[in-house]
Design a protein around this ligand. Structure first.
Ligand code: PMP
Length: 354
């Protein structure tokens, strides 16, 4: 019975909880509290179920073209996948293919080390500075590739275009992937740099600022060469990743830039208020430019606050790990949801006698 020796054993990524109960305030997986663009609804209503009989377009061209048009690039510079998780996973498989370690920060999206493990890619985690910043010079060393989110997760800290350009410029022999899952909440995208650097891949998602986590749409923009290499790998794994409904709804939604600006604007305003409200209650946090705040409570341990919020049906994200275990990652919800959070925190800290 030695078959188990031949199994690819991995420790999987743990996604945030998706509770099956209603009546909760869900601030744990960075979803958008607002509905998607009305254009998505219209596209869904116009969808003819007879089409379900047929395979979707393997190149998802309707969605790819809509993204290309929206971001002012050629369709041959756009790759789409089942959420940015699928896009990044494909990018790991395609680009991180040397014996040298891939570099990413030690506090970052906790899927990167999982993909590296599953694909047997060596990696090195680079410590952030004490105030959770990325030091560009740390990424100037031999490597098999580089990836980090900007803003970083779960810290919410945004790095400048100059910092990223310095890293890309210093690494012409590797692919540098910038995961811009949260860029629309006040950051400046490095997308324009893809015209200048053939080795820069920028990944974004419809799950956060585009209010469509449930539809699973992610995309990457880069040089035609990078995208061609990714598509070659994708078509060697699964040709039909994007279903017909997703393609139609995604294409309609991405064109609605005004709606994106409106809802992101609301979240940014709520986030700025949240910074004040959390600070008033003794939390400290790095300045966030995303749709969440990585906040350390001073009046009770993070784990206690997490559990007591959960008892009150308010879900935030907590990792029982060194360093980040002192923090809660709180997604920005609607103003009403955030007000309920502040009331619950006041109750909890009163119970804790602070
Ligand atoms: N990158 C980062 C930094 C994230 O936080 C997330 C959300 N878990 C993703 C990528 C993946 O998001 P999705 O697959 O929904 O596009």
């Amino acid at each position: 019975m030695n078959w188990e020796n031949k199994v690819r054993k991995v420790v999987p990524y743990t996604p945030g909880e998706q509770p099956k109960i209603g009546g909760i305030i869900k601030l744990n997986t960075n979803e958008n509290p607002y509905p998607p663009s009305p254009a998505a609804k219209a596209a869904l209503e116009a969808f003819d179920t007879d089409e379900m009989r047929l395979y979707p377009a393997p190149d998802a061209s309707e969605l790819v073209d809509a993204i290309a048009e929206t971001y002012g690039v050629k369709s041959s510079q756009v790759f789409v996948g089942v959420g940015s998780d699928d896009v990044i996973s494909m990018a790991f498989m395609t680009f991180f293919n040397s014996g040298e370690p891939v570099l990413f920060p030690d506090i970052t999206y906790s899927f990167y080390d999982v993909w590296a493990d599953v694909y047997r890619i060596p990696y090195r985690q680079i410590p952030l500075t004490a105030d959770f910043r990325i030091n560009a010079d740390d990424y100037i060393q031999p490597n098999g590739g580089i990836i980090f989110p900007n803003p970083n997760a779960p810290t919410g800290v945004l790095e400048s275009v100059d910092t990223i350009e310095k890293i890309v410029k210093a690494n012409p022999d590797s692919v540098v992937i910038i995961d811009e899952a949260y860029i629309d909440f006040g950051g400046t995208s490095v997308l324009p740099l893809t015209a200048k650097y053939e080795n820069l891949l920028v990944v974004q998602t419809f799950s956060k600022s585009r209010n469509m986590a449930g539809m699973r749409i992610g995309f990457a923009i880069g040089s035609e060469k990078l995208i061609k290499y990714m598509n070659d790998v994708k078509f060697s794994v699964n040709s039909y990743t994007m279903n017909r409904v997703t393609i139609k709804c995604g294409a309609a939604a991405v064109r609605d830039r005004e709606y994106l600006a409106q809802t992101s604007g609301k979240i940014i305003a709520t986030r700025e208020t949240a910074k004040k409200e959390l600070a008033k209650r003794g939390f400290t946090f790095p300045d966030s430019m995303s749709n969440f705040i990585f906040a350390k409570p001073s009046k009770a341990p993070a784990k206690t606050v997490f559990e007591k919020l959960k008892e009150r049906r308010i879900f935030v994200r907590y990792w029982d790990k060194p360093v980040i275990g002192d923090y809660l990652r709180i997604t920005i919800g609607t103003d009403d949801e955030m007000n309920a959070l502040y009331r619950a925190l006041d109750e909890i800290f009163e119970e804790e006698g602070k």
